[in-house]
Ligand binder design. Structure first.
Ligand SMILES: *Cc1c(COP(=O)(O)O)cnc(C)c1O
Length: 384
């Protein structure tokens, strides 16, 4: 058996042709593919606007800036995510306050979130960044209810969940990243995510003002929009209005992102099939906790996370058998950098207990039946 990783991109001839076509064209960056990618992404998620950026981390950084996070502003998020989620608040001079996770969904505990906000004085917090961990779509309607009561902004970190949805209290399907109940949503196109563009990110929003801020911040804070200029010296003229960055995405990446986006539905469907097969194999084993899902969500299964009593033992056993499982994630508050900010073991017990037992098994569209059977066999061999 060849080595089996926990995740892998799928690139076909159509993807390769799309990239080669850009290489033969006049624009490698700032050309038509970026716009095309943005428009199709907005359509897919059901938002008015989409802004393509260099990566998911840049998407988070710009989103924090756009909603006005600055020196000393407090933002609430989950400790079980990639470090980029909370780091993005710190980039802006803000402070991170972690809320423990829900023991079923492994996403931010909405009750604890509400308690935390209620017990603080009004105005303590500026924003919430929920994360759709592993592809589980957070109920953004519930988050929005709390946020509105206290005037907080919401950035949904949807890196794990493009193609997923949850059903709201009115019975409507809410596609992940449609911003029906958030200000902004962000995505990553790192190869291990659903849409592999090499590197890349996207921000979606329905808010025109935020959209214009993001566009400006993405390119050095520079505008050429005649309506915004304070003077106009001629066709070459531009003005810098804010301290922005070069967070642009190239046409090469956008072309690949586009063809990958067109395969999203199929790839999510395949991921759900793989999850179903794992569920069937593991659900009767009392030592294996399978991912939580209900009929009112469509789980996008970026990851398939199980919990077992001896996680390190299973990780090592699978590795010996050429199966490269992974752990998502080490609680952010226990990273040495965050400990220096005052966080310590015991602060977020549910997240810490989750970390002790969680393991991500191989999950990607091209995982074959034979490979999955082998993974299942090895897991069950160890967890008797
Ligand atoms: C991947 C990821 C990011 C960062 O995306 P990059 O494109 O790697 O910068 C942020 N948040 C989550 C939850 C992620 O999985």
């Amino acid at each position: 058996m060849k080595p089996i990783p926990y995740g892998k991109q799928f690139i076909d001839d159509e993807d390769i042709k799309a990239v080669v076509d850009v290489l033969k064209s006049d624009f490698l960056t700032q050309g038509p593919k970026v716009k095309e990618f943005e428009q199709e992404f907005a359509k897919k998620t059901g938002t008015k606007y989409a802004v393509a950026v260099a990566n998911g981390t840049a998407a988070l950084h710009l989103s924090n800036l756009a909603i006005g996070i600055s020196e000393g502003d407090k933002v609430l998020t989950t400790p079980i995510s990639f470090v980029a989620t909370s780091n993005s608040v710190l980039y802006c001079g803000g402070k991170v306050d972690f809320v423990d996770i829900d023991s079923k969904t492994y996403t931010i505990d909405i009750d604890k979130l509400e308690q935390k906000i209620n017990s603080a004085s009004q105005g303590t917090y500026k924003a919430i960044i929920p994360v759709d961990l592993a592809g589980y779509p957070v109920n953004m309607e519930k988050i929005k209810k709390i946020a509105d009561k206290h005037g907080l902004k919401i950035i949904e970190d949807a890196c794990h969940a493009p193609g997923g949805y949850f059903v709201d209290s009115k019975g409507n399907k809410q596609t992940v990243g449609n911003c029906a109940y958030s200000d902004l949503a962000i995505f990553s196109f790192h190869p291990v995510k659903h849409i592999a563009a090499g590197e890349g990110g996207m921000i979606t929003t329905n808010n025109e003002e935020l959209y214009h801020k993001l566009i400006e911040l993405r390119t050095h804070g520079i505008t050429k929009n005649p309506q915004k200029l304070t003077e106009n010296h001629g066709g070459w003229y531009y003005e810098m209005h804010s301290l922005g960055f070069n967070y642009r995405l190239s046409d090469i990446h956008s072309a690949l992102g586009l063809t990958q986006l067109r395969k999203l539905d199929k790839s999510v469907q395949r991921r759900q099939e793989i999850a179903e097969k794992y569920n069937k194999a593991f659900s009767s084993n009392p030592k294996i906790k399978i991912p939580f899902a209900t009929k009112s969500i469509s789980h996008a299964y970026h990851l398939y996370i199980i919990q077992v009593p001896d996680r390190k033992g299973l990780y090592d056993y699978l590795k010996q058998n050429n199966i490269f499982a992974q752990v998502h994630y080490i609680p952010i508050h226990l990273q040495p950098f965050y400990r220096k900010l005052g966080w310590k073991k015991g602060d977020l017990p549910v997240a810490e207990d989750y970390y002790d037992h969680a393991l991500s098994l191989p999950m990607y569209p091209t995982l074959t039946e034979e490979e999955q059977d082998y993974v299942i066999e090895k897991v069950l061999e160890f967890v008797k």
